[in-house]
Write a protein of this length. Sequence first.
Length: 318
Amino acid sequence: MSTLRRVAGKLGGLLLTLFLASLLVFFSRFLVPGDPVRFLLRGRKPSPEAIADITAQYGLDLPPWEQYVRWIAGVLHGDFGRSLQFRQSVTTVLGDRLPVTLMLVVMAGAIIAVAGLVGGAIAALNKGRAVDRGILISLTVLGAIPSFVGSIVLIAVLSVQLGWFPSFGSGSGFWDMAYHLVLPSIALAIVFIVLVGKVTRSAMVEQLNREHVEVATSRGMTRLAVIRRHVLRNALGPILTVSGVLVAGLIVASSIVEQAFGLAGVGSLLVGSVDRLDFPVVQAIVLLVVTAFVVVNAIIDILEPWIDPRSAAGAGAR
């Protein structure tokens, strides 16, 4: 019963957070300078009647609260409105670009998981040795490389000089797209590998110094069994917490990488929509990013007690 109450509380908090986020996302556009009607007119000087018709067509003549009610009702039905620059449904515009960004984020996430977790684990298990110092130095150097600089270096070396990977476009079809996204996913993953690697090392070092690890070792358990049962499992909590932050970070950072590699994804769409005051598209993308961040973190909060039962016991004691 306590588990059900906890899950219900998390879901309630999730819905409340999404509602508040939707308010912030929608009404923040009224703080942005610029008139979307002027963008629609493309510099022309129409009559007041024409301006009124365009304003009414996009619902811009309604009070802000009524605009929000219409917008959120549409969002709940999968309708994010109509794009000002593409003159078509925002859902259609996002649907054309979302596969590229999703595959880019998934591939970058796989690279981050492998390189970050493995690198951090190896460093922790060799704390104070040359391997540990080498990995920490490498992570520090990688952390100082911005995504756009990493993109330029990867294009110059692996694409222009060696010709191993394409440097522009997203390809067509699943495997061709995956091939085109190898370099962008590496460029996107670089900074986040540093974060996951350092958190993994710190969490595992902390667990290796715990008394229960020493007790398990003294009872004759093999080092591999101790690491698997007592170190890795208990270190997953901080790693999962960081993973929740990575979701939103990857989507936002993808805009830089997509621009560098000429990818028609959601990130580059966001940059172009902000520049052109295409508020419906901007609102849809920001709301999707916030929703992904909140949902992933809620899932992690729900799963954490099953991964590490001590967290639930600590919460109950408090």
